[in-house]
Design a binder for this molecule. Structure first.
Ligand SMILES: Nc1nc2c(ncn2[C@@H]2O[C@H](COP(=O)(O)OP(=O)(O)OP(=O)(O)O)[C@@H](O)[C@H]2O)c(=O)[nH]1
Ligand SMILES: [Mg+2]
Length: 374
């Protein structure tokens, strides 16, 4: 057989085959599919990059972590078409069945929130729970904190099948992620995670937002002097169902216990965050894994109590309605500021106000009037 000449089945001997024993030589090359248009692949449907709403929903319900993560990206997206697909998925999943426990963890930068979350997560897993960990508010740009990058640090948890970790995206606009956190919680619950842990850096407004998304709210603090106690805003302590003085280890142990005493006295005069629930101050060490069981037990007891009294369900329903209102407010705000006329006039009005040539009340009225006229 000549080199390169085709056989009946389309195979041929290539140029470089030795001349001896041509036919017994094992190297016979079959031509590949030269023209993919005529080949067998054409009839196969083209794989689209994006799964359908049905595929997403089914995948999430089967705890397909990749699809869950992609669905979260859709709801977090600022693109209208992505968000609308995300909403379709949420719609298919249906209203909140209220079976999970949502725990918020806040505290100043560096208090040990992420470290303690990993310990709490491991304790919850050992009790048979399925745990999702989310970051709220990418204030990391200010503090370098948040759980951005913690996925690698939380390596023991990341390896667990029953645990899902969603680090906060980098470079997000402040408030952007906070706005979508409720959707993210819903998606995780649909995937069967029954305890949701939300970490937020306590730098102001974010605590109030997180309180409005969770059932149980924990404030993590460091051992400190009485002076520092003054610095912790009374309002933040008032939002908490539990206060944990972390880093109660080594040289800090004694100081941590003293701090607990000070906070215990301070909370005496505060309103409860949850009706019928008395907040406690405890010490813990995330690094030595001390006090972790106690935190989980307090959260369980909180859940039992509030479910029993009906407070749990009532709060969930109130939160659902507040969520509705905040969606409306966000929509109106976005709509207002993205309107062409507002964008055009904002600069000019700003100048006038800064130069003292216009009253803020008049400036606001002009902008609003222009918006409604447009
Ligand atoms: N001694 C001691 N150090 C701790 C403990 N928990 C956390 N740390 C240390 O405190 C530092 C901050 O811990 P993180 O868990 O990142 O704190 P965070 O509150 O999540 O920080 P941000 O997200 O940046 O606000 C790290 O160096 C931890 O190793 C503890 O129980 N004891
Ligand atoms: Mg952190």
């Amino acid at each position: 057989m000549d080199k390169n000449s085709k056989r009946a089945d389309g195979s041929y001997l290539p140029e470089w085959v030795t001349d001896e024993n041509e036919d017994t030589f094992a190297t016979i090359v079959k031509r590949g599919v030269m023209d993919s248009g005529k080949g067998p692949f054409k009839s196969r449907p083209e794989k689209k990059g994006e799964p359908s709403v049905e595929e997403f929903t089914a995948g999430i319900k089967e705890n397909n972590k990749t699809l869950l993560a992609r669905a979260i990206t859709l709801v977090e997206s600022n693109s209208a078409s992505h968000y609308s697909k995300g909403r379709e998925i949420l719609k298919k999943i249906g209203p909140d069945p209220g079976k999970s426990l949502r725990i918020g963890i806040t505290g100043p930068p560096g208090a040990g929130k992420s470290t303690i979350i990993e310990e709490i997560g491991l304790e919850l897993l050992s009790r048979g729970h399925r745990v999702a960990i989310l970051a709220v508010d990418p204030s990391s740009s200010l503090t370098g904190g948040s759980i951005l990058g913690d996925k690698t640090r939380m390596e023991r948890l990341a390896r667990e099948d029953n645990c899902f970790i969603r680090p906060s995206p980098s470079g997000g606009t402040l408030g952007g992620v906070t706005r979508k956190s409720r959707e993210t919680i819903f998606l995780c619950e649909a995937a069967g995670y029954n305890v949701i842990l939300l970490e937020t850096v306590g730098v102001g407004q974010s605590e109030i937002t997180v309180r409005s998304m969770v059932d149980f709210f924990t404030l993590i603090l460091n051992p400190g002097s009485g002076d520092e106690l003054q610095g912790i805003k009374r309002g933040v302590m008032e939002l908490a169902d539990l206060i944990v003085v972390n880093k109660a280890d080594g040289n800090n142990l004694k100081r941590a216990k003293m701090t607990r005493g000070e906070y215990s006295r301070a909370i005496h005069y505060l309103q409860p965050s949850t009706e019928g629930w008395e907040r406690e101050v405890i010490v813990a060490s995330a690094i030595e894994s001390k006090g972790i069981k106690k935190i989980v037990e307090i959260a369980e007891s909180f859940e039992n109590n509030t479910r029993g009294s009906g407070i749990f369900d009532r709060r969930r329903r109130d939160q659902a309605f507040n969520w509705t209102i905040s969606l409306v407010e966000n929509f109106l705000k976005d709509n207002f500021y993205s309107s062409k006329i507002v964008r055009t006039r904002l600069g000019e009005i700003r100048e006038k106000i800064i130069d003292g040539k216009m009253l803020p009340t008049d400036g606001a009225e002009e902008l609003i009037k222009s918006y409604f006229k447009s």
